[in-house]
Design a protein around this ligand. Structure first.
Ligand code: EPZ
Length: 416
């Protein structure tokens, strides 16, 4: 199995351009099933997860063509299959996002229950609550889940938790339903806003995306259109932390600074200089970083997808830092790996107490999920020796060319 090797690297310096957001491209690709004319998506990141979602769309009868780097053309006018194959769902649980579009477009959908993953059980009860409220009948047996409805009728849906995926799936089911759907306690992530903006280009009528109350007025059908995916705020944050941890000076280009406010705030709290300049942000690290505390929350709080990367940084901040993970129940899998590299971290339920150490040392480590993998790469940049990271398929799922981008900034990183 290929591994990523990271050697002690000098302070990273230079400019890096951020790719389109994985967590926006995936729901927007799923939503492309709702269109009946050509759809062109631009700034689509080159990731394994995107390849899987394109395979899913093709298996459902959509025409998917990669026109150029980052540009994908989809035509779903003749989709004819409502069943998502197990082997595709098992590769990527976000395939579950095709349920809403299929249910409203074809009146039925069937797929295998999406598995959990390292960070948690990842239930789908809120997705199903929304589908039922719109009039769908849900059946589940032998690991499969199916939903069908002769007609979907808009309704008021309260989400017990502002789930990103449930908000997306319910919006997609509601766009062709009869009447108005109101989603209360909806997720407010920028990726929800991007999805709504894409669907409105196709002719949907969605208001309130980005707030906790989203109104969807059903329309008869959706057409086609052109849409550019928003920049990946988590990839941006990962490179910003790379500058902080190596005491470097990196300008991250193609960002929307309003999407990364919590990351900017926390980097300033640990002592970095952060300069916002339109669609780029410059982060100047230093060697005497101070401790801080982090509590992950749904947007606009500190993103859970940045928790592991920040914990690596905090393991070198002189003093005591505390991380509280409120979004997922098991998102500390990177802690044991960081401790193998000399970090001093104690877990107490949903909290982790980090005592800053003078240095980290290299060790063979394993990525347990996408963001934990990124956290280990960051640790390898400043650890003494050569850090060998296994299970790097996790990293390839969510980072478009991480070695090339880091190497261009001076990092010593390669695959073996
Ligand atoms: C999306 O996952 C992202 N994935 C995740 O990014 C991200 O961490 C997460 O949102 C939170 O921001 C994609 O967009 C493809 P949730 P999602 O539904 O939609 C509970 C990454 O690293 N919940 O908001 O699955 C659930 O158990 C990935 O890029 C229910 O209880 O997240 C969890 O505790 C990791 N019932 C919490 O909500 C449900 O029906 C957040 O889950 C659904 C969710």
């Amino acid at each position: 199995m290929e591994k990523i090797m990271v050697e002690t690297s000098p302070p990273l310096k230079g400019k890096v351009r951020i790719s389109g957001a994985k967590n926006s491209a995936l729901p927007i690709l799923a939503a492309s099933l709702l269109g009946t004319e050509d759809i062109i998506l631009e700034d689509v990141p080159n990731l394994k997860d995107i390849e899987v979602m394109c395979e899913v769309l093709t298996s459902l009868g959509a025409k998917v063509e990669k026109l150029d780097k980052g540009i994908i053309k989809i035509n779903s006018s003749n989709i004819n299959n409502y069943i998502t194959r197990y082997e595709l769902m098992s590769k990527m649980r976000a395939s579950f996002l095709v349920m809403g579009p299929l249910l409203t477009r074809l009146g039925k959908t069937k797929t295998s229950l999406p598995g959990g993953c390292a960070i948690g059980t990842r239930p789908i009860d809120l997705h199903l609550k929304g589908f039922k409220a719109l009039g769908a009948t849900i059946n589940s047996d032998h690991g499969n889940i199916s939903a069908y409805a002769d007609k979907l009728v808009g309704d008021k849906i309260y989400l017990d938790f502002p789930s990103v995926g449930a908000t997306e799936n319910i919006i997609m089911a509601a766009v062709l339903a009869e009447g108005e759907t109101i989603i209360d306690n909806a997720a407010m992530e920028p990726e929800i806003v991007d999805l709504a903006s894409f669907l409105n280009k196709l002719g949907a009528d969605i208001k309130g995306a980005g707030t906790s109350t989203i109104r969807v007025k059903g329309v008869k059908k959706l057409g086609g259109g052109v849409h550019s995916i928003i920049p990946d705020r988590i990839e941006a944050g990962t490179f910003m932390v790379a500058s902080a941890i190596t005491g470097g000076d990196i300008t991250v280009e193609n960002v929307i600074t309003s999407h990364i406010k919590p990351i900017i705030a926390k980097l300033k709290e640990v002592g970095c200089e952060v300069i916002e300049n339109g669609d780029s942000v410059r982060v100047i690290g230093n060697k005497d970083l101070k401790p801080t505390d982090i509590k992950t929350l749904p947007y606009p709080g500190f993103p859970t997808d940045m928790q592991a990367q920040f914990m690596t940084l905090m393991s070198l901040c002189k003093g005591t830092s505390v991380v509280i993970e409120t979004v997922f129940e098991n998102r500390f899998m990177h802690v044991d790996e960081l401790k193998r590299m000399g970090a001093d971290i104690k877990i107490d339920g949903r909290s982790a107490i980090i005592q800053g150490v003078d240095k980290l040392t290299s060790a063979p480590v394993k990525a347990s999920d996408l963001r934990a993998g990124a956290a280990l790469v960051l640790a390898g940049l400043v650890a003494d020796g050569v850090t060998e990271i296994d299970n790097i398929y996790h990293i390839d799922r969510g980072y478009d060319g991480i070695e090339e981008k880091l190497s261009s900034l001076g990092a010593k990183i390669y695959r073996k």
